[in-house]
Design a protein around this ligand. Structure first.
Ligand SMILES: Cc1ncc(COP(=O)(O)O)c(C=O)c1O
Length: 362
């Protein structure tokens, strides 16, 4: 071959997503398959968002609004920030990449937890930067050690709170202890993809710190509690100056019109979010109880998924569950072999999962 691929790309692995339902149906000849693998919302999305999508079906020929005016203003109004501090992308996943594209030079360092969202590492590698992974403390981010690893070369520190895949959080008190130790040349990224599910009162909402730390970026998404994963829309809140740079890298029409309209409607539907929160909370209590009966250790979660110790080969448990039409994420793919991550479903799905799990562990 005559062409040359960048070194950085050659060292990248492709992201392994949760198995789609259609693939499992096709491969195993199953009629009913439940996917509890990608932390999607089992309740779907807000009926108001659905209505907005249907209305937008009349305009597929139109480019979306490149300035995302309505959506930016809706987010800014809800979060009490300036519209100029909001930036949008095709899922927060794309924003992780945009941030890395904008900030990182080869040789720069990015600090992250050893067991966290893998796209931070991919974003660093893509730019030829180094991903510095800090070992976990009791399956949670060791934020003190993370901050202790900062050097002159550190450009970004990634805090995923609640952390995916462990579901754990660090508290306000823990956060406030380390914040002033982070030098201004380091960008602090607070990935709060699961914030809408948080039940712990000691959770530090990053937006409460954002004004004091202009080097802080908050990332959130419409893919989880808002139930709009298929439309690919994520958002970030950052200092206006940083947003200006990100907007040079983000494609002008990255957020499609369906996503813009649906998300604008969804932001305003707090009633739907309340329902999602309550259903998830009830599902989590139910699953905790069942894992306890089965003698399986688990991590207390503040998200819409639970990390459970299968106390056996998680690959085998995954295969046995799959044969019964249940897709979960085996821990070996997430850096925690022996464990599995299960998304909290509807109560009916949770019950089916527990039945299938009992069969799988026999
Ligand atoms: C912690 C975290 N951040 C970001 C994302 C990206 O989500 P999306 O690109 O759908 O907004 C995910 C998705 O699983 C996630 O778990």
């Amino acid at each position: 071959m005559k062409y040359e691929i960048r070194e950085e790309i050659l060292s990248l692995n492709m992201y392994k997503a949760g198995k789609p339902i259609s693939e499992v149906k096709r491969e195993l000849g199953l009629e009913e398959v439940i996917k509890l693998a990608s932390n999607e919302n089992p309740l779907g999305c807000s009926p108001k968002a659905k209505e907005a999508i249907i209305k937008t079906l009349e305009e597929p020929q139109m480019y979306p609004d490149a300035s995302n005016y309505e959506l930016k203003h809706a987010i800014a109004a809800k979060l009490n920030v300036k519209p100029e501090e909001v930036f949008l992308g095709t899922g927060s996943d794309s924003l992780i990449r945009i941030i890395c594209n904008t900030l990182l030079n080869p040789g720069d360092e990015c600090i992250m937890g050893q067991v966290t969202f893998p796209r931070y590492e991919a974003g660093a590698k893509l730019m030829g930067a180094k991903a510095i992974s800090i070992p976990m403390k009791n399956n949670a981010l060791d934020i003190e050690k993370m901050v202790g690893a900062i050097t002159d070369k550190t450009k970004i520190i990634w805090f995923c709170n609640p952390n995916n895949p462990t579901g754990t959080i660090f508290t306000k008190e823990e956060f406030e202890k380390i914040l002033d130790k982070i030098p201004e040349h380091v960008i602090i990224i607070m990935d709060e993809a699961y914030i809408e599910y948080v039940t712990d009162k000691d959770f530090p909402d990053a937006l409460n710190y954002f004004n004091k730390y202009p080097n802080m970026i908050v990332l959130r998404t419409f893919s989880k509690a808002y139930g709009l994963a298929s439309l690919r829309c994520g958002y970030g809140i950052a200092h206006e100056e940083l947003v200006g740079y990100f907007n040079r890298v983000i494609g002008p029409f990255d957020v499609n019109l369906f996503a813009q309209r649906a998300a604008t409607a969804a932001v305003k539907d707090q009633e739907f979010l309340n329902k999602v929160y309550e259903e998830n909370k009830a599902g989590k209590e139910y699953l905790y109880g069942e894992f306890e009966k089965l003698g399986l250790p688990y991590e207390k979660t503040n998200a819409n998924f639970i990390m459970v110790d299968t106390k056996t080969d998680d690959k085998e448990v995954f295969d046995k569950l799959l044969k019964q039409g249940l897709i979960i994420r085996p821990g070996y793919l997430l850096g925690m072999p022996g464990w599995m991550r299960v998304t909290i479903g509807t109560m009916e799905q949770n019950k089916k999962f527990i039945e299938a799990l009992k069969n799988s562990l026999q």
